[in-house]
Design a binder for this molecule. Sequence first.
Ligand SMILES: [Zn+2]
Length: 288
Amino acid sequence: MVNPINNTFTKTLSKTLISLALITSFTASSQVLAEQEQIALTGEIKQGGLLVGKTLAQNTVTLNGKVITVSKSGDYTFGFSRDDKQSYQLVITSVNGDRVEKTLMPQKRSYNIQRIEGIKKSIMQPNPKSVARARQDSKQVKTARKVASSLNYFAQGFIPPIEGIITGVYGSQRVYNGVPKNPHFGLDYAGNTGDPVQAPASGTVLLWVPDMFYSGGTMIIDHGQGVSSTFLHLSNSYVKQGDTVEQGQVVAAVGKSGRATGPHLDWRINWFNVKIDPALVLKIQPLL
Ligand SMILES: [Zn+2]
């Protein structure tokens, strides 16, 4: 099947300029149009990175041929998974059919792998009731992360949810008795039970469950277009599902609920089902 967008492939760039914060690849022809329009992209082009772009609201944005939502103010976003090895073609097409495109190759990262031997069977194999509960929990989380709202709060940048020391990072993985476990996708902050947790960006509360099997008190906040924050092991929530929250608003309390060794905050960022590194979203500079 021929992608209709490819029909405009040979058209010259005439009205749109793409400017990438981290990649500079401007052609002479695009320079001419810099004063008329500017499309910008910010974020880190690496595994676990989230990119935030701005274009004219009426333009069409595709990533490897898949249309990406553009908000009324022109914001769009997409991200790369922990082990992403593919290259991406970002194409922006104006209503006149003029287009700009850019190849993005997420930079490879290396993660901390820890090998642990001699783990007891009881820890490695939870009972069937717990397995069923955990499966139900994960279904709920997955459903919440599928929400594609028109909110564009992700474009305003993120702040750390608490002031604690970072005790766990994105991408790290433990191998128990030779069996690799799921990598750790959150940013762990040290904290005490009851410490206030603030919303890293504004949004809508998609989910609050006080007692998930592994993650205990679990909250998901939608920041728009598939970008969500998840907090794990919470001891309390000060908001409920459907509430609108402001960046910096105290929404929950640190805890050690679920399978946590001690009180801490585990903060995760997703772009739909793609697990993003929260440490990288903290570096995103909002585009004006
Ligand atoms: Zn964690």
